[in-house]
Design a protein around this ligand. Structure first.
Ligand SMILES: Nc1nc2c(ncn2[C@@H]2O[C@H](COP(=O)(O)OP(=O)(O)OP(=O)(O)O)[C@@H](O)[C@H]2O)c(=O)[nH]1
Length: 349
């Protein structure tokens, strides 16, 4: 087990890591946490040196760099381990919140006891011989009460800080399933959903009219040319625009996901193959009809098109075989000249 830090120390690392991650615009997910945690813990100087070199130019640490650091320096910690680390952070936050709340309650109780003692003394003056002692006691009490108010203020602000950290961890959890560039489900979320669909649809009847999970895969045509001609950031803009189009086409019928660089999927949990083909055709046409503008220029670029493959889950088939057939259908569309849809039924595969 690699992470044996005490809760107090983990909390310190967490406090140090999150603001750095936010400043470097790092995606908040378990792998990214693991890299930054390792860095702030100071136990991996080689990783820290590389990370500092990468972020020196102020460009932030992108996803590919994060994964590369993770693979090369933390390879033995699998994503399950990283997930546990992120869950551990959550537990640390819970403990910190509970301790701060308890300390706050105790402080408030002691403060109110002091107040009532002072009031009693003032209401019922003691014998002359004790007056000097009591004056000193009262002066000391005032100091203690001021210190307690200060402590209470600091506890309140720690509670606020803990609340913010907790929100960040929550956000990290949901971002682990969302593609940062397009806002669609990412490959991980897609694979989870695909496996659920395959398990749920395992007993589905075969045949074109029967309903079973269907998969539509689309890949932007000649995307390298878009990047080469107009730059990588315009390429990103195109990916976001295609993702928006897919969201509109999918509506409630399918889960839209980004499953690769310029590869997208629409996963239909239950559909007849001809209906999936219709959705695929709608997706192809919508992308081909869209016009993507460059910055403030009014002219649109060459139109963007996608090649599409469609298939339906066969009885007893694995998620892997299902996905691979959709991929074969997609590449048949590429071979047929692109900007078209190919349907590959399980029987014909
Ligand atoms: N801008 C941008 N480009 C990306 C991203 N991910 C992958 N790419 C680029 O996508 C391009 C894919 O190129 P290829 O696989 O050669 O395919 P293609 O040019 O689309 O050609 P066909 O698929 O055969 O039609 C490569 O240039 C990658 O660098 C990304 O997140 N942003």
């Amino acid at each position: 087990m690699r992470y044996l830090d005490s809760r107090a120390r983990s909390a310190d690392h967490l406090r140090a890591a999150l603001p750095l991650m936010t400043r470097q615009r790092s995606a908040l997910h378990p792998v990214s946490y693991a890299v930054w945690y390792e860095h702030v813990s100071g136990r991996n100087p080689t990783l820290s040196r590389e990370l500092q070199a990468l972020t020196e130019a102020g460009e932030g640490l992108d996803e590919a760099q994060t994964w590369s650091l993770y693979r090369r320096h933390l390879g033995e910690l699998d994503t399950g381990g990283a997930q546990k680390l992120s869950e551990g952070f959550s537990r640390v936050l819970d403990t910190m919140a509970a301790s701060a709340a308890q300390a706050g309650d105790q402080t408030a109780r002691f403060d109110s006891s002091l107040s009532s003692w002072v009031e009693q003394l003032l209401a019922d003056p003691p014998a002359q011989t004790q007056v000097e002692v009591l004056r000193e006691l009262l002066a000391g009490t005032r100091e203690i009460r001021a210190a307690m108010r200060d402590l209470q203020r600091r506890l309140d602000s720690s509670q606020g800080e803990i609340g913010l950290l907790r929100e960040e961890v929550q956000r990290a959890r949901s971002e682990a399933l969302i593609d940062a560039l397009t806002g669609l489900a990412n490959r991980r979320a897609f694979e989870q959903r695909l496996n659920e669909c395959v398990v749920g649809g395992a007993g589905a009847a075969a045949g074109a009219a029967a309903e079973a999970p269907c998969l539509v895969l689309g890949d932007i045509d000649f995307f390298k040319k878009v990047n080469d001609s107009f730059g990588h950031s315009f390429g990103d803009h195109v990916l976001r625009a295609v993702a928006q189009t897919l969201k509109g086409v999918a509506a409630d019928a399918a889960l839209p996901a980004r499953v690769g660089g310029e590869e997208f999927a629409l996963l239909m949990p239950r559909a007849a193959l001809p209906d999936a083909q219709k959705l695929a055709e709608a997706m192809r046409q919508s992308v081909a009809a869209s016009r993507i503008r460059r910055g403030d220029r009014l002219q649109s670029i060459e139109r963007v098109t996608i090649s599409v493959g469609v298939t339906q889950l066969a009885v007893g088939e694995s998620a892997n075989d299902f996905f691979e057939r959709a991929d074969r259908a997609l590449y048949a569309s590429k071979r047929s000249g692109r900007n078209c849809v190919t349907v590959l039924a399980a029987r014909a595969a």
